[in-house]
Write a protein that binds this ligand. Structure first.
Ligand SMILES: [Zn+2]
Length: 174
């Protein structure tokens, strides 16, 4: 899959809209064919489906496949005492790795009201800004607790990034 095929599975791209109007079914089959013949492992496959066509079942599959490895990351130091912390960390890391577009302003970079247009404070020109405050807020934990395990969080992010790099290289987009 070269860049043009990647843009084909990006919902926002004009080529997708064009194809969607005329060959909706073909597009879905194309994607499945490409993914099915490119030697992707399950994690890579689910990550691409989740990232580029926003497939929810891929997201829960990816979560399941990464959960054991995430536990291992924590086990190297200590298991957290906080209830459900590993699940929260993995969920948030998946979202951060996959969701780039700001969901507050819908990727427009501005918040419009009837009387004004203001820059969206949550993003940089439509790309959502994840910082430690946002991450701990998403996980409903205190920033102090997040910072305690920040190193582990970064390792989870790194793991997911490696899966994406590998997946994209297999489909020929690097
Ligand atoms: Zn925004």
């Amino acid at each position: 899959m070269k860049v043009d095929l990647l843009s084909l599975i990006l919902p926002k791209s004009s080529s997708f809209e064009l194809r969607e109007n005329h060959h909706n079914r073909t597009t879905a089959e194309d994607i499945n064919h490409i993914l099915g013949t490119s030697n992707l492992n399950r994690k890579e496959y689910n990550l691409l489906l989740m990232k580029y066509i926003d497939d929810n079942s891929s997201r829960s599959s990816l979560f399941d496949e990464l959960f054991d490895e995430t536990c291992e990351i924590f086990l190297k130091k200590e298991m957290p005492k906080e209830q459900g912390l590993i699940r929260k960390f993995l969920n948030t890391a998946i979202v951060e790795s996959v969701v780039e577009r700001c969901f507050v302003c819908n990727g427009t970079g501005v918040i419009k009201t009837t009387s004004s247009i203001e820059d969206c404070v949550h993003c940089n020109k439509g790309m959502f800004v994840y910082d430690d405050q946002v991450r701990s807020h998403m996980m409903k934990i205190s920033k102090k607790v997040f910072l305690k395990y920040k190193k582990q969080y970064n390792q989870i992010i790194e793991k997911i990034n490696q899966i994406e790099i590998s997946a994209l290289s297999k489909i020929g987009d690097t």
